[in-house]
Design a protein around this ligand. Sequence first.
Ligand SMILES: C[S@@+](CC[C@H](N)C(=O)[O-])C[C@H]1O[C@@H](n2cnc3c(N)ncnc32)[C@H](O)[C@@H]1O
Length: 219
Amino acid sequence: MGDRSRSSQTIELAPETTGSTIRSWARFYDAVGWLMTFGKASAMRKETVALAQPAAGEKVLDVGCGTGTDAIALRAKVGPGGEVVGIDAAPEMISVARSKAAKRGADIDFRVGLIEEIPFPDDCFDLVLSSFMLHHLPDDVKGKGLAEIRRVLKPGGRFLAVDLTIHGHSFVGHVMTLLGHGERGQATGLRAIIDDAGFGEVEILESKFKQLAFVRALP
Ligand SMILES: C[S@@+](CC[C@H](N)C(=O)[O-])C[C@H]1O[C@@H](n2cnc3c(N)ncnc32)[C@H](O)[C@@H]1O
């Protein structure tokens, strides 16, 4: 008996990165997210998509896309003339994202890829999103990744970064520490990191979710 009965999907090789990838529990990621947000994950996703302001016909990149939830929502917004690409360092996350998109009939190019070497030419996206992913990167990779985002954004394009602003003493803070993600901060910290990467206009967006930071930057 071979391994064929276990899965018909081939998992690609994982590229090397010092970013913290999610591999062994990729299949449970959405459920864990739901639990950790006390069921608010879907409202948070809606807020993310609203603040990203996707328009019909736009070309969008979701970097560190995980299981593809945001990419799938953005796909519906950009319409048939638009295009959505999701990259993630973890082949297991990309595999889940592809299955979810196939079930929903969403035509999205999900690829294994690194933020520090975005596999696309200069000036090709109207919108780049990074959601809950920058805190997975050590400082040097964060710097390289943000430079890559600037490179692939079209002039006039925009970058939306979403990340946690939770504190170590909160429930979610403890869970994040257990998962090995010690570094968290305030929206101002996220804005400063993006500023340092040489983006033009960088602004913190208002949101009802105080545990999240939404920062929009122009290249
Ligand atoms: C907390 S998850 C966020 C996933 C998704 N964006 C979301 O909002 O649910 C962080 C993701 O970043 C990915 N990641 C870590 N290092 C990376 C890198 N160097 N390049 C691309 N993705 C990376 C992880 O594999 C993981 O899927």
